[in-house]
Design a protein around this ligand. Structure first.
Ligand code: ADP
Ligand code: ASP
Ligand code: MG
Length: 407
């Protein structure tokens, strides 16, 4: 029988009762004859609480120590789940990232998995045990503990499934699949039975936190059979499929939003060759990821350049641009923290026209001003005022008639 990887998120293991439920579910799969590898997140909002605690001790905690702290959350949940499985009369073993050999690079808080040593997992499975692994964590070659980024237990699960050549990787969470929009924002959002890897990747990158974006990247690369489903019901989930396996092609599959963005504008920049190259090279050297960029039409030899970064990168961005200001002859720098990005995603955009116009119309009818726009083959994103984000998501969702009658 092929291995099945099951991942349970924080809300699925939030208290002892829920952990017992997860244990029952895992045992059922084991009973059906599958070797089961379980990947677990920290209980409930543990990671948030640990982050907050670190903040009470230090405004700028050493990154090594922060990873050391945050990784403890998952160690608690794997041990408790292993105990719950034993209580049901089955053998289980919990293992940390270090014990399994989830080897990563040394970028604390956002480390990347380089390799996984499957020997220990396979030997425990051979002994008939249910293997319970800590998500979100790894270890460097120098034996330092790292974490993989917020929400990255999904990525641990998919990486394990790819390494073991698992039959499937099921992501159990507090919703019963991927919806046309975050059901917390759009009450009539509809569950999708299928979504393509590319659409899911865009949606995850653009704010749909139901899957960590690197997990989708890995699933696509290694062809992992990925499914999102509910921990609390037996409902069929959403399967992530290749484009050619998609039964029904829709123009827009989902609408997402992201409030973790800030806009920086360099005003009165000389409009001559090499200026943009210099600005964005310095930002790249400082490790800043730029999202959207807009350059205005030039007036009297000067122009304005605006771009967006994540809120956590804003301080470094401002330090870097302040240093550049006099060197490039920029008149002033302004920032806006209060922006939101909303996006419509769908592979049908490749073959349909007028999608952007429809999205802009939905925003216009709500009196929402668009500050920036970016497009790719399968998505359109607009930056708007942060306060209007939820209203904008609902308006665009309605405009594309994505809502279902139920839920
Ligand atoms: P877990 O703790 O299980 O990893 P997350 O909180 O990371 O769960 O992800 C699940 C949440 O993602 C849901 O509760 C939902 O509010 C949110 N979400 C955002 N966009 C979507 C979407 N398009 N479809 C489903 N859920 C979404
Ligand atoms: N516990 C980690 C977090 O809250 C990882 C995860 O839940 O996927 O970000
Ligand atoms: Mg998650």
């Amino acid at each position: 029988m092929e291995i099945i990887v099951q991942k349970f998120g924080g809300s699925s293991v939030a208290d002892a009762g829920k952990i017992r439920n997860v244990a029952k579910r895992v045992v059922r799969t084991h009973e059906a004859g599958h070797p089961v590898v379980v990947v677990v997140s920290a209980m409930g909002d543990t990671t948030d609480r640990l982050t907050q605690l670190a903040g009470e001790i230090s405004a700028n905690p050493p990154e090594r120590e922060l990873d050391m702290l945050l990784s403890t959350g998952e160690q608690v949940s794997i041990a408790l789940l292993a105990m719950a499985v034993s209580e049901l009369g089955y053998q289980a073993i919990s293992l940390t990232g270090t014990q399994v050999g989830i080897m990563t690079d040394g970028f604390y808080s956002n480390a990347r998995i380089k390799s996984i040593n499957e020997a220990r997992i396979l030997s425990e499975l051979d002994q008939g045990k249910i293997v319970i692994l800590a998500g979100f964590q790894g270890v460097t070659i120098d034996n330092e503990i790292t974490t993989l980024g917020r929400g990255a237990s999904d990525t641990t699960a998919v990486a394990i499934a790819a390494t073991l050549g698992a039959d499937r990787c099921d992501i159990y969470t507090d919703v019963d699949g991927v919806y046309t929009a975050d059901p917390c924002i759009v009450p009539n959002a509809r569950k999708l039975n299928q979504i393509t890897y590319d659409e899911m990747l865009e949606m995850a990158r653009l704010g749909a936190r139901v899957l960590h974006s690197r997990s989708v990247e890995l699933a696509k690369k290694f062809n992992v059979h990925l499914c999102v489903r509910s921990s609390f019901s037996e409902a069929e989930g959403t399967i992530v499929v290749k484009e050619q396996e998609m039964i029904e092609e829709v123009v827009v599959s989902g609408v997402t939003s992201d409030k973790d963005q800030a806009k920086v504008s360099l005003l009165g920049v000389p409009d001559k060759p090499g200026i943009a190259a210099r600005i964005f090279q310095e930002l790249a050297d400082a490790g800043i990821n730029i999202d959207m960029i807009i350059q205005n039409a030039s007036q009297q030899g000067a122009t304005d350049i605006s771009f967006t970064v994540t809120k956590k990168d804003l301080d470094t961005t401002l330090k870097t641009t302040e240093q550049l200001k006099t060197k490039i002859g920029c008149q002033s720098i302004s920032t806006d923290h209060n922006i939101g990005k909303i996006s419509a995603v769908g592979i049908g955009m490749k073959s349909h026209t007028g999608i952007a116009a429809r999205m802009f119309r939905a925003l216009a009818d709500e009196g929402i001003n668009i500050q920036m726009i970016s497009t790719s083959e399968i998505k359109i994103s607009c930056v708007i005022d942060e306060e209007q984000t939820e209203r904008a998501v609902r308006a665009v969702h309605d405009k594309f008639e994505l809502g279902g009658a139920s839920s």
